[in-house]
Design a protein around this ligand. Structure first.
Ligand SMILES: *Cc1c(COP(=O)(O)O)cnc(C)c1O
Length: 372
């Protein structure tokens, strides 16, 4: 059964920019400049300006962006990289691919963001970088993190937080951040894409070298690099969407506030709305069954929602240390109780700018019935 109210509806979003995208694609096809070129250059400058940083480097995907940002700050084989246990697995993959040691820490049970005290406690003489993940669209307080962890590189994983600002600061300002333009992200391409944003010209050049076979000029290979570039066709889509991003994020905030009002009396825990509204761009709206609910309750609730035509998601069903892929890290069940408990009880409701208030009312009605 196809969901009446899908978890994500990219079709409605495309309809809003369809003409612009079609014209842009025509332009690329006419010139056959598929990599680099004016649209890539323009998107990189527009996105850097939007994030309030000096440099944006378009890449093939967000995982490359996290990896290259880690390499730029000097992470190498054997170095330790501290990150939260509840994140999309890509954050851990990026460090692993360098040969670095992934060091996980628990999350704060209210915000679901990395516990800053735990991050500070995890620091050793081998820690080369700390990776705060702006999970679900909410910014980690970077100055507060820096105060806690001291002199160590901070690489922000901003894949879910395009457009968020905390005390006027966006991800990457004064440092380095990685982002993903996976189609479902707040700023999504029509395929894979990502970027590194930074205020450091040196980091920016290094990341561009890494993505372009180790050089800035064709056939000049200064270092051993990779192939990771932003396609011109994707740049067309991203430019068209970037012009709408603030408006779309504002719409997400409206929907989050509305869920908060409409779900207030239900026996579930709602996500915290931060005092500074702009610091959250609601990539996901994640609710949670109370700790005393049986662990099987979520499956039942989700099955009922599916049966009534409402799409849902789980972000994420397993914290990184409980995935088979990262079993070798050696953490056991119980290592990160807040992340583990949340993973068992969280689920995500439809949240996207083109979800109408009327559709949201239907989600609320279906959830109310499912919880009875
Ligand atoms: C999406 C995402 C990434 C990168 O994913 P790609 O699919 O490689 O673009 C990295 N970290 C987080 C937290 C993400 O959500």
């Amino acid at each position: 059964m196809t969901a009446r109210i899908p978890f994500l509806d990219l079709g409605a979003q495309h309809a809003e920019i369809a003409d612009e995208v079609a014209q842009g694609f025509e332009r690329i096809l006419a010139t056959t400049t598929f990599l680099g070129g004016p649209d890539v250059d323009a998107f990189e400058s527009e996105f850097a300006a939007y994030q309030g940083v000096g440099h944006a480097i378009g890449l093939a995907n967000g995982t490359d962006a996290v990896e290259f940002a880690l390499r730029a700050v000097g992470v190498g084989p054997g170095d330790e990289v501290v990150m939260p246990a509840n994140t999309f697995v890509a954050t851990a993959e990026a460090a692993w691919r360098i040969g670095a040691k992934v060091v996980l820490v628990d999350i704060d049970p209210e915000s679901y963001l990395m516990d800053l005290a735990a991050a500070a406690a995890a620091r050793t003489s081998r820690t080369r970088a700390v990776v705060p993940v702006h999970l679900f669209g909410r910014l980690v307080d970077i100055p507060a993190l820096r105060d806690r962890v001291g002199e160590v590189a901070v690489v922000e994983d901003a894949a879910q937080a395009q457009g968020a600002r905390l005390r006027g600061r966006a991800a990457g300002q004064g440092g380095i951040a990685a982002t993903s333009f996976y189609p479902g992200k707040n700023l999504g391409a029509y395929g894979d894409a990502g970027a590194v944003v930074t205020d450091s010209a040196e980091f920016g050049r290094y990341v561009r070298r890494l993505g372009g076979h180790g050089g800035l000029v064709k056939y000049e290979h200064d270092i051993v690099g990779f192939t990771s570039r932003l396609d011109a066709l994707q740049a067309v889509v991203l430019r068209a969407k970037l012009a709408h991003l603030d408006e779309w994020n504002a719409r997400r905030r409206h929907l989050a506030q509305r869920y908060d009002d409409l779900l207030a009396d239900l026996p579930i825990l709602l996500p915290e709305i931060p005092a500074e509204a702009e610091s959250h761009v609601w990539h996901l709206y994640v609710v949670r069954l109370p700790d005393d609910a049986p662990v099987t309750a979520r499956d039942e609730v989700l099955a009922r929602l599916t049966a009534s035509g409402v799409g849902t998601g789980i972000h994420y069903p397993k914290p990184v240390h409980l995935t088979p892929a990262f079993a070798d890290l050696g953490y056991s069940l119980g290592a990160f109780p807040h992340a583990e408990r949340a993973a068992e009880r969280m689920f995500s409701l439809p949240m996207y700018p083109h979800l109408s208030d009327a559709q949201q009312d239907e989600v609320v009605a279906a959830l109310t019935a499912a919880l009875q």
